[in-house]
Design a protein around this ligand. Structure first.
Ligand code: NAI
Length: 397
């Protein structure tokens, strides 16, 4: 099986090193930025490959080819792994679509909200010829140490959920990904569950809201801890957001009893499944964050300004997890008629920080909705249309 990794950052370094170290598969890299390509080549020339520093020991692997030309690396790929932030998914899918081979598997690690809708829109008629898949999260917390040379894996999740379109492919794709990624890849029933199960959309905007909703402009000397700063009031916000998603899950289960939404788990349950040995005190949501070793020392995103540090509201914790996470989830809730007051509060605060407009007077009809993957963007007007029509092909957005 020939594999193509799209992207050149932390996730791409980890994937390329990890998979090519296994030896049996050819791994190519598609980098759409010339400067990144140069940095990868320079690093690879110096060391001959990428070292992946895992907690249990190092691995070393080398990609076969690196290219900024999709015509060179896409046509041979049996599996395409998008190791990209969500805002780059549609752009890169547009670039590779003309070259994809029939029956290729194309997946996002991680998929954010409604990746299936975005991908089908971007791939157009090609979408019918391929298998789409998405992982609920990136399996690793990882950081590049040296471009084209080494990456450090700080933590690995015990299991990660996988959804496919068409859904019949899920078990087969999970069976291939589990040994390839070196952790349990768990098949789940449908992409809609994957969208709702995304926990980054709760954790990152929820903690940002908890940390900075009352920020008065006073600058920081050093970045505050992120996960370890979760106090009782932030934990209440996170709990309320999670409870609203669970209410949505119950409403969907009542409306569509033949469908399985069991992968849409409460936040604390997800933490315990993902970090079974890292959490010291799991007695409350707050303690599950504060005592999770995988989160130790990770700090809030800040930017340097004159006189100190200010919160970085344009970073991914809001720009990715709200725009590509919370907003599509809110869109599904609106179609299902399920109120989400706490999620609305976080979106309303975040849209002010981001300079975006999603919610207007409690309705998802703001000016910036058209660039999100909310189902409304793709023309879905009812929850039935969203749930029952995916196999008929995407509607015009
Ligand atoms: P990164 O910032 O290290 O790399 C992203 C790569 O995407 C860039 O190197 C570039 O090759 C490509 N890219 C960025 N903007 C692009 C554009 N406009 N057009 C085309 N390509 C573009 O990101 P990282 O850390 O690899 O993360 C990938 C995804 O995984 C993100 O969604 C991130 O939120 C998620 N994630 C990352 C974790 C981590 O520990 N690194 C942990 C959990 C999730």
């Amino acid at each position: 099986m020939q594999i193509l990794v799209c992207g050149g950052g932390n996730a791409a370094h980890t994937l390329v090193g990890l998979i090519s170290a296994q030896g049996a598969r050819r791994v190519d890299v598609y980098l759409s930025f010339d400067d990144e390509q140069r940095r990868w080549r320079a690093g690879l020339e110096q060391q001959g490959g990428i070292t992946v520093h895992l907690p249990g020991g190092d691995l070393f692997g080398r990609p076969d080819r690196i290219s900024a030309d999709p015509a060179q690396v896409v046509p041979q790929a049996d599996m395409v792994l998008l190791a990209l932030p969500a805002f780059a998914h549609e752009k890169v899918l547009h670039q590779i679509a003309p070259y994809l081979k029939a029956n290729a598997w194309i997946g996002a690690l991680p998929a954010r909200g409604a990746f299936d809708l975005c991908a089908r829109q971007a791939l157009k008629d090609r979408a019918e010829q391929v298998v789409l898949f998405g992982l609920q999260t990136l399996p690793w917390a990882c950081r590049v140490e040296s471009f084209g040379r080494s990456v450090r894996v700080l933590g690995t999740k015990a299991q990660v959920d996988l959804a496919c379109w068409p859904a019949e492919a899920t078990v087969e794709v999970a069976a291939v990904l589990t040994p390839l990624l070196g952790l349990q890849v768990e098949p789940i029933a449908n992409f809609l569950s994957l969208t709702l199960a995304g926990t980054g959309q709760l954790i990152h905007p929820g903690i940002m809201f908890g940390l900075f909703r009352n920020w008065d402009g006073q600058l920081y000397e050093s970045p505050p801890l992120f996960y370890q700063s979760v106090d009782s009031s932030t934990a209440e916000v996170l709990e309320a957001m999670s409870t609203e998603i669970q209410a949505l899950r119950l409403a969907l289960e009542a409306r569509f009893p033949e469908m399985d939404f069991s992968a849409v788990r409460p936040l604390r349950e997800w933490l315990l499944i993902s970090y079974p040995t890292d959490i010291e005190d799991a007695s409350s949501l707050k303690s599950a964050f504060v005592t999770n070793r995988s989160y130790t020392g990770l700090r809030a995103p800040m930017r340097t300004v004159e006189g100190g540090l200010a919160p970085d509201f344009q970073g991914r914790y809001l720009s990715e997890d709200v725009h590509y996470g919370l907003v599509p989830t809110r869109g599904i809730a609106e179609l299902a008629g399920v109120p989400t007051p706490q999620i609305d509060g976080v979106i309303t605060w975040a849209q002010g920080c981001l300079g975006q407009e999603y919610l207007v007077a409690g309705k998802l009809c703001g000016n910036d909705l058209g660039s999100t993957p909310a189902p409304q963007r793709f023309g879905y007007q009812s929850i039935e249309a969203l749930v029952e029509e995916p196999m008929l092909g995407i509607q015009d957005g």
